[in-house]
Write a protein that binds this ligand. Structure first.
Ligand code: CA
Ligand code: CA
Ligand code: CU
Length: 361
């Protein structure tokens, strides 16, 4: 064998190894980051206690980093801290209009949005001295996203939220609108009370905020998004969020202007759909904006189920429950709350056209 052939053979072997490496790297890139599921936390997680109830998936529990210190995070998301949760079952999808219809048909349940608000109850939640609402507004209704036709200042949400008489889960945009063709969309205009009632009827409950966030992270540790690190853009979407210039221009590059049927986008590492976007999801806990700031260094919170009462200086007299996950209205230029650590809160009596829920047990 002459030296040239040996040399060429060597180059061929090297080229083969290089090709193998490229192939291996591409394979790895395509797979849903399996190395993240092998993290140390997984060791503490519990195996599923039997067969999955219909529509649910086992969330193994374990220890994780809750909240975020990232520059994208809002004040209420930090500091990140260690939390342990036990294993539990979770609905793979947001509760749909079809499912909520079954509940109402079986129980005759009337949602908060279908009942006229009581003046005394409203006034008790507003700062003293607030003028009472116009009596003609004391009729059943709900807040409906009503986009302006041109750019508006982003510091006044009344530019895009309108109180619509007669809006409810059955009439999402008010009288005249209905659920035809939207059976598989998430139910909206659902208050925390309504969500609690549904879960109870279904033999389930609402998740705690810690359970919800653990589940949303899908086994990934400390990532900004439920799918990993890549931020969505107007050209690349991972969930039903907003593309374009909020709130006047909705490019619907993800296919939907408003809610999407549940399960249209890739699931997270635990097989859960729409843990980012589509609709906000109620959690069981009271909302304390500064809850995480009381966490001592090295402290591990064990199955926390929220503070004893809510606290948010911007709404001092309003009791507030937690919502997670962001919605079809969330955009990079406005709130970026389609991240697992993001949190917002609302009074337990009020639903809106971008708020729904799912249950656990
Ligand atoms: Ca959308
Ligand atoms: Ca959601
Ligand atoms: Cu948002």
């Amino acid at each position: 064998m002459n030296r040239t052939i040996v040399k060429l053979g060597g180059i061929a072997v090297l080229a083969f190894i290089a090709a193998l490496l490229v192939w291996w790297f591409l394979q790895k890139k395509d797979s849903p980051e399996p190395e993240s599921f092998e993290n140390a936390y997984q060791a503490a997680s519990a195996p599923a206690p039997g067969e999955a109830p219909e529509g649910m998936v086992w969330i193994p529990g374990g220890q994780f980093l809750m909240g975020s210190n990232d520059r994208m995070a809002w004040e209420e998301e930090g500091p990140a801290h260690h939390v342990k949760v036990k294993g539990f079952w979770m609905d793979k999808q947001e509760v749909t209009n079809a499912q909520f219809s079954e509940f109402v048909a079986a129980t005759g349940y009337v949602t908060d949005a279908e009942k006229a608000p009581v003046l005394e109850e409203i006034m008790a939640q507003l700062p003293p001295g607030t003028p009472p609402p116009n009596p003609k507004d004391l009729v059943a209704g709900s807040m409906v996203f009503s986009p302006p036709t041109r750019d508006v200042p982003l510091n006044d949400i009344s530019n895009w939220w309108k109180w619509v008489h007669g809006a409810s889960w059955k009439h999402p945009e008010g009288p005249g609108s209905d659920l035809k063709g939207r059976e598989q969309h998430p139910v909206i205009h659902i208050s925390w009370n309504d969500a609690m009632a549904y879960c109870k009827w279904a033999g389930k409950r609402l998740p705690t905020e810690a359970e919800w966030e653990f589940a949303a992270r899908g086994g990934l540790e400390g990532k900004n998004f439920v799918w990993g690190d890549e931020a969505p853009t107007d050209d690349k979407t991972f969930a039903n969020t907003w593309q374009g210039k909020f709130p006047a221009e909705n490019l619907k590059r993800d296919g939907y202007v408003g809610t999407a049927p549940v399960g249209q986008y890739a699931p997270n590492g635990y097989g859960l759909y729409d843990m980012a976007g589509n609709v906000w999801e109620w959690c069981q806990d009271w909302y304390d904006k500064y809850l995480y700031q009381s966490c001592g260094p090295g402290e591990v919170r064990d199955n926390p189920n929220g503070p004893p009462a809510s606290r948010d200086p911007s709404q001092p007299n309003m009791p507030l429950r937690v919502q997670k996950g962001g919605s079809y209205l969330c955009h990079d230029s406005y709130c970026q709350r389609y991240r697992p650590s993001a949190r917002q809160a609302s009074s337990p009596e009020s639903g809106m056209s971008h708020v729904g829920f799912r249950c656990v047990r």
